[in-house]
Design a protein around this ligand. Sequence first.
Ligand code: IVH
Length: 667
Amino acid sequence: MDLFEAEIIQLRKELNQHNYNYYVLNNPTISDKEFDEKLRRLQELEEDHKEMFDPLSPTQRVGSDLTQGFKQVVHQRQMLSLGNTYSLAEVEDFLRRTNASLEGNSIQIVGEMKFDGTSISITYEHGRMVRAVTRGDGTRGDDVTVNVKTIRSIPLELQEGDYPDSFEVRGEIVMPWASFDALNKEREFNEEPLLANPRNAAAGTLKTLNSAEVSKRGLDAYFYYLLGENLPFKTHYESLQALRRWGFKVSDAVAVINNLEEVKNFVDYWGEERKKLEVATDGLVFKVNDYAQQRFLGNTAKSPRWAIAYKFQAERALTQLKSVSFETGRMGVITPVANLEPVLLSGTIVKRASLHNEDIIRQLDIHENDFVYVEKGGEIIPKIVGVEIEKREADSMALQFVDTCPVCGTKLVRNEGEAAWVCPNTYGCKPQITGKIEHFVGRKMMNIDGIGEETVEQLYTVGLVKNIADIYDLTNDKLTIVGRIGDLTANKILRGIKASKDVPFERVIYSLSIPNVGETVSKKIAFAVGNMDKLMSITVDELVTIDEIGNVIAESIVSFFADERNKEIVARLKAAGLQMAISADAMAAKSDKLKGKTIVISGVFEHHSRDEYKKMIEENGGKNSSSISKKTDFVFAGANMGPAKLEKAQSLGIQIINEDEFLKMLE
Ligand code: IVH
């Protein structure tokens, strides 16, 4: 071995140790600067000694942006889930049951934290990571090794130790609150939809097809399960200690428990302490400690009989209602929003909560100034779940829904069978007008770059754009008289307007904001009807013959086009050169290969985007649906399919097909 080789090996060893000290023990022994210097030195040496390349070198933790799709791998041992309960009484039952079936042999339980992330199975051979696989459907998962390698707290190579030649370790990949908050801040800045909770964020990140990006997301992992042939341990607890010795992050919230009393203490203690942890947890897990007893108890089809998860109730806070604001949306729907006395809930301050509609307010029986319970079930948007009646002021009145529009003052209407109160002043109520203009220019509609919420507001206020057709009368001169719109922005807007004239017919329909006509319905109608002239004179009877179009939608369309104002707007859009008929290409792409099939598409795909696949499904006569039910014909699964969906599909016996299989179907 030459000197450089020895230095490379030494540096790798040192850097592994420093990663471990920093990310697992939380106890760094060198400065970040020193660490970076060593890492850079190793990078240089590896660059000059390509023959020494090692995919598990600490230099490989930064990932690459060339990740290909994920290979599906069959788990060597099935990945089961856990039986759940929210009640301590059921945990008692579990203890009694297991005790009874073990006929008086004393049992020991291990209590653990239940981490709220996404599970992972990692195989090590001769102390080196060989494969990391997601749970998938429990039988097959995605090989996400490239991404898992970037998680600094997970050892790539184990330090010397008494580990077996080959073993599998399972744990939870989590996104710590700090990383989650930072990620959402960035998304907010980029006007991207926020991630609901750290679990979704962790699962989504793990399936990202860019390991360099994964490397930056600050994921972490806790390990709780060791599997292998002829393991030298008799109990689960011993295995956890061993995992910790070998360099894995094992939570401190682990205890051997001998009786019910100790279970209760464990629940009380960690039920509070967990709030101080830097990662999300959603419960505790109780496992029979002794392996022989575990084997004796065995598994059901879904979960082991030797373990149970006790889930925490969502966190609640009590706070006072200060007032209710009523907001008018694009379609005139009035949404009540509760303004609350700010209260700390699961680490964030809550000031507002949606009250949804009048029925919900009635059900909750909220009065003015009431003290209300807000809950955040692991999601970002809190909801009001109840009222503390004892704290109600004697003379406080039940909350009244407004009867006139809070913006334009028009008397509200509520249609039979519907929950929403609506402002009928469609053409005179400002948020309805500007909301429709904003919708029109949006990405999935006419996609006019350069016009956002603020610009719409300005254009409306100065009187330049009072409806969607006015957009096509804009000129550079007109735009630049508006404050804050410079020449550059004006040109960008005009380019966007020009490009919108090529947007396909189905999106033109969607952009009109016809009540009850969303993206999918617009496509259906575009293909079935063919052009705008026909659509404008169509009858309800004709419309309901179209698959999926019922009376409500049909009547909504007919009355929309019966209104002279809408007719005029569409005529102006036509004169401006928008696509008013389905294109020959779109028609040609159509087949009825998927006729009558209800398909749920989920995950990330390699060859086409999810939106493109949705379009293909529709063009071939199929129906897209977002939730799996008995009516689903098959699930079209990509790399990032949620485990809940997979589980559901399996439990209903629904066929799951992959990308290649799908494309074959359409060949
Ligand atoms: S044991 C066969 N222990 O919870 C039992 N699971 O709801 C394997 N989880 O799929 C799981 N913390 O993703 C176990 N301390 C813990 C856990 C834990 C979180 C997750 C895991 C599992 C899910 C079941």
